[in-house]
Design a protein around this ligand. Structure first.
Ligand SMILES: O=C(O)C1=C[C@@H](OP(=O)(O)O)[C@@H](O)[C@H](O)C1
Ligand SMILES: C=C(OP(=O)(O)O)C(=O)O
Length: 412
């Protein structure tokens, strides 16, 4: 049973860093993801005056329930949306002047619903250039709390940021959500807040977050389910190939593990045990229509293997993939067209018809790690694919190319 060692979850590492920084005491994060996004998050905490000790297998964070240790800081969030959305929210709980900026890619990505909600809560937050985008400055004086209305139809990260802030406010938060995508990411947030001692009460679209702060703890980070999708997809497109990912099973927090259910519907053999998941390619890969609103980071993975299916693959309800590292619907369509595959897109969907991808095509990365990692799977059955920016995988998996080559070199 060939096992693939998948690095830690980006989403869980980012939340664990926030929670540990906000907790009362020293927390230890076991097997954190070490990649550009999470190193950038940790670096941002250090800039804000938190003490973060890093060894390869564990990070230790000295929590400060009263917020950043410094009265002034300048934080660069790189490409990470969790960093760019969660850290200004954390800073709002402190006392001082904190400026945040991000890469050109992240500057283009929205955060207006979050910054509007923070302002509604009395936070002095100013955008330097475009309204609702980085760079921005928070003049923090603590947050009183109370009720706030939030539209999280574009990104669940807005809701996660406010949920994480809740226990640091003086009176707690009551968040009324009018729309919500990527629901499983909110479930990760709630489960992790519980692990740090906070129980959120949810009643339909209302989330009640009590005040009182977080308790420091030791937290083990599970492997990244979105990263695992490339390896599971690799098994599904290769008859007889089997991939097992230890540490990701029915107990996993991440919704993206549900990608294996899509592969099962297409014809792969899937076994989800308590603490590991195995996918085996059967030679059958059927087309299907699937909604990916909950697991949209795996949309490019499916799009990249879709030409090998025996019928059309239609992926629906993924409008928010247009505001990720790039417009992923168009980036997938553009690369599939370069491969000679018949593809159509609409406002929130993509449909891919069966076809044999052309060899020796240059894949356009758009600086998006998921575009590169997804089309690497296409490359298992299509010789000579190349990428204009292979290094952009550093955002979540710096060693992706080595790990994927090791898998491809294996017979099964
Ligand atoms: O909260 C998180 O850690 C994430 C939430 C999702 O974003 P959206 O809620 O913007 O879809 C996901 O795409 C992203 O990679 C990580
Ligand atoms: C969308 C992604 O990242 P983020 O929003 O955290 O930058 C991703 O990793 O696919």
């Amino acid at each position: 049973m060939p096992a693939v060692d998948i690095p830690g979850s980006k989403s869980i590492t980012a939340r664990a860093l926030f929670l540990a920084a906000a907790a009362d005491g020293v927390s230890t994060l076991v097997r954190p993801l070490r990649s550009d996004d999470t190193e950038g998050f940790a670096e941002g905490l250090v800039r804000l005056g938190y003490r973060v000790g890093r060894t390869p297998d564990a990070w230790q964070v000295d929590g400060r329930p009263q917020g950043p240790a410094l009265a002034e800081a300048d934080v660069y969030c790189r490409d990470g949306a969790t960093t760019a959305r969660f850290l200004p929210t954390l800073a709002a709980a402190g006392h001082g002047t904190y400026r945040f900026d991000a890469s050109p890619q992240m500057r283009r990505r929205p955060l207006a619903p979050l910054t509007r909600a923070l302002r509604d809560l009395g936070v002095d937050l100013r955008h330097e250039e475009a309204e609702g985008h980085h760079p921005l400055t928070v003049r923090a004086a603590g947050v009183e709390g109370g009720e706030v209305v939030l539209d999280a139809g574009q990104s669940s990260q807005y809701l996660t940021a406010l949920l994480l802030l809740g226990p640091l406010t003086r009176n707690g938060l009551r968040i009324r959500v009018t729309d919500l995508v990527s629901v499983p990411y909110v479930e990760i947030t709630l489960a992790m807040m519980r692990a740090f001692g906070v129980e959120v009460v949810r009643d339909g679209e209302v989330f009640e977050v009590p005040p009182g702060g977080y308790r420091a703890t030791t937290y083990a980070i599970e492997p990244d389910a979105s990263t695992a999708s490339y390896f599971f997809a690799a098994a599904a497109v290769t008859p007889g190939r089997e991939v097992t990912v230890p540490g990701l099973g029915s107990a996993a927090l991440q919704g993206d593990l549900r990608f294996v259910e899509v592969l099962r519907r297409m014809g792969a053999e899937v076994d989800v045990a308590a603490d590991r998941t195995t996918v085996r390619g059967t030679g059958v890969l059927r087309g299907l229509t699937v909604t990916m609103r909950d697991i949209s980071d795996t949309m490019p993975t499916l799009a990249a293997i879709a030409p090998f299916a025996s019928g059309p693959v239609r992926i629906e309800d993924v409008a928010n993939t247009r505001v990720k590292e790039c417009d992923r619907l168009e980036a997938c369509a553009e690369n599939l067209r370069r491969l000679g595959v018949d593809v159509a897109t609409g406002p929130d969907w993509i449909e891919i018809r069966p076809g044999t991808p052309l060899p020796d095509v240059g894949i356009k990365s758009y600086g998006d790690h998921r575009i590169v990692m997804s089309f690497a799977v296409t490359g298992l059955r299509t010789p000579g694919l190349s990428y204009d920016d292979p290094g952009c995988v550093r955002k979540t998996f710096p060693d992706f190319h080595e790990a994927f080559a090791a898998l491809s070199a294996r017979k099964h």
